[in-house]
Design a binder for this molecule. Structure first.
Ligand code: SF4
Length: 223
């Protein structure tokens, strides 16, 4: 009886060991595969196996970023590739919507440190168009195009704005890591999004490429 229990124990440990080894090999394989795809897409600007790459990135986001940091490579590469793939994948669903159904979401870090705008608890910061930052120009262009523009003070607020404004499509402006996260959220909400990165990062006085943002806002194709 004792011999039988010992045999079962040994067998259990053996099976457990094999499972651990298989999981570790699978994990490493996925990591290497993800790194290969990310570097390939980053260098060639060609999107290959978009859904597979997005799946691996969302599964191994932190380990991938840590691995890149370990090898002294900027981990933002992962966010950048993720945003570029999502821009490509969402292109058609975004482009068939009408301009009036779209929303442009800007981060508050673009504002001047002297910004006189007030925060509204329901729909974010209300720009007065004082002209001290690029939002004034973007605001005027969006008004002409019929696109609603919102300035969000943070992630929770962004969710609230989207719930209230119920757009059919979104253009988001932020740093790559925030775009990665934001585009994941809009995907969950079923809203096709296009992401545009800031041209300089930071907490205040960041800058944007107005032409790139407006080109994204105006993307259109036949239904
Ligand atoms: S243009 Fe608008 S957002 Fe920019 S500083 Fe002036 S009020 Fe603030």
């Amino acid at each position: 009886m004792v011999v039988c229990v010992k045999a079962i124990d040994t067998m259990f440990i053996e099976i457990l060991g094999r499972v651990v080894v298989i999981v570790a090999i699978l994990f490493l394989t996925l990591l290497v595969l993800a790194l290969f795809f990310c570097f390939f897409i980053f260098r060639t600007k060609r999107i290959i196996f978009p859904n597979l790459v997005l799946f691996i990135i969302s599964l191994l986001y932190e380990p991938l970023r840590r691995l890149l940091s370990f090898f002294r490579v900027d981990p933002v590469l992962i966010d950048r590739v993720s945003v570029e793939i999502r821009n490509a994948v969402n292109y058609h669903d975004f482009a068939v919507t009408d301009l009036e159904e779209r929303v442009l979401l800007l981060p508050q870090c673009i504002r001047s440190t002297d910004c006189p705008a007030k925060l509204n608890s329901l729909d974010g910061i209300h720009c007065t168009g004082c002209g001290k930052c690029e939002i004034a120009e973007l605001s005027a262009i969006c008004k002409d195009l019929g696109i609603r523009l919102y300035i969000s003070p943070g992630g929770t607020f962004t969710g609230r704005i989207l719930m209230r404004s119920r757009p059919k499509a979104v253009v988001g402006v932020a740093c790559y890591p925030n775009l990665h996260e934001g585009m994941l959220n809009t995907k969950r909400m079923g809203i096709p999004a296009q992401g545009v990165p800031l041209t300089t990062y930071g907490c205040v006085n960041t800058t944007v490429d107005i032409e790139e943002i407006i080109n994204k806002c105006k993307l259109q194709t036949t239904k």
